[in-house]
Design a protein around this ligand. Structure first.
Ligand code: MG
Length: 392
């Protein structure tokens, strides 16, 4: 929580805006959670700010699902809910900082710019000594022209123009007044609100590394700018599971229920195929096994639907910046016949892992009436998961 007014005001706080959903850019998750090397886009700037000696606290403005993914916040940091628009998100952060003094300094940053440097932060803070607000800008290197549809018009004097980046620095009191006076009038950044009050905004040199992640191809540009490798390694894991067939239980295999005289016995729904695949994915991650993450001694997993275990394993892959290339599972059963259910099982596994069905193979075999599977005492499953993970 913020310091109370009885304590000295923290010197510099950060508002880190991570409320976007990234839908426009065509990412399949919020773009601030895309991985750059071993950490998320959001974590890059969060770690830089947290390590900066002048910064003592911050507010991450993000939805609960984003907050759950990024892990522990640094000491002194809190979270706030995003608004429908950027301006409302900043306002929510200002509300979270109610106890702070007006003379505190604030850095407002878009998490979609992971390449913050300590030098930019230092330049901004130095500029605040003589100004109420300061922003990083870059010159415009290209020739600029006016254009109407496909018709090129006059050249625009680019010496009069600059590209605006974040973080943007403010006296906290100035930004509070700017937001209060703006009311419902929208602006694309906070510096414009300050200028509307007639206050000057200082410009400092920006940094090419503050490139904004807008489209998927920006990830490659940012990887180069930040010196992060994009090389991936292949990791393969295997899983094996057996459950006993008993009378009076439903039969769940591969995430679907199959009508049969017997069902599988176990602590959860005993879905032998999903258990084998879960262990295969965890094996490729070298991340223990299903029993480590979902102990059979824990009553909360009694009767649990096993798709939860598999989607958990899939999320662990995503959190590492990896993806699942392929799943191959073999179900070993004398009865029932699995063949007719293979398309449904395949589609269900693909759905749980959010991968294309073309990346899922489902096979079935009997053991020619030999052994426990042959005697219909139980069903076994073997799986192999192939992952792509960031190079260590
Ligand atoms: Mg099992």
């Amino acid at each position: 929580m913020p310091e109370s007014t009885s304590s000295p005001a923290p010197h510099v706080a950060v508002v880190l805006l991570a409320g976007g959903q990234g839908a426009r850019a065509g990412f399949d998750r919020p773009k601030q959670l895309e991985m750059l090397g071993a950490k998320s886009v959001l974590r890059w700037s969060l770690d830089l700010f947290a390590a900066h000696p002048a910064v003592t606290a911050g507010v991450v403005v993000a939805n609960p699902d984003v907050m759950a993914t990024i892990g522990m916040l640094p000491e002194g940091w809190i979270s706030a809910s995003p608004g429908a628009e950027r301006q409302q998100s900043v306002a929510n952060a200002l509300t979270a900082l109610t106890d702070w003094d007006d003379d505190a300094r604030l850095l407002v940053h878009d998490a979609a710019r992971p390449g913050v440097t300590a030098d930019v932060v230092d330049r901004l803070l130095a500029a605040l000594d003589g100004a109420d607000a300061a922003i990083p800008t870059l010159p415009v290197p290209d020739t600029l022209v006016a254009q109407t549809q496909a018709q090129v018009g006059d050249v625009v004097d680019r010496s009069l123009l600059a590209r605006v980046q974040t973080p943007q620095a403010f006296r906290l009191g100035t930004l509070r007044r700017a937001h209060a006076e703006a009311g419902d009038a929208a602006a694309t950044d906070d510096a414009q609100l300050v200028r509307r009050m007639g206050l000057p905004v200082a410009a400092v040199s920006g940094d090419a590394r503050l490139h904004k992640l807008t489209y998927a191809e920006d990830l490659a540009i940012l990887s180069a700018l930040l010196g992060v490798g994009t090389a991936m390694r292949t990791a393969v894991g295997m899983g094996y599971d057996v459950h006993r067939l008993v009378v009076g239980k439903p039969l769940w295999i591969g995430g679907i229920e199959i009508a049969h005289s017997h069902g599988l016995e176990g602590h959860s729904d005993a879905d032998v195929a999903l258990h084998a695949i879960t262990d295969a994915v965890l094996g490729a991650l070298a991340d223990g096994d299903i029993g480590d993450h979902f102990p059979p001694t824990d009553p909360q997993w009694r009767g649990a639907a096993s798709h939860r275990f598999l989607s958990f394993a899939g999320d662990r892959v995503t959190a590492r910046g990896g993806r699942i290339s392929h799943i191959d599972v073999t179900i070993v059963a004398e009865a029932p016949r699995i063949g007719p259910h293979r398309p449904a099982i395949r589609a269900r596994i693909a759905d749980i892992l959010a991968i294309p069905p073309e990346c899922v193979s489902v096979k079935a075999t009997t053991t020619e009436r030999l052994g426990f599977t042959g005697r219909r005492e139980g069903i076994a499953a073997q799986a192999i998961a192939t992952l792509l993970l960031p190079e260590i």
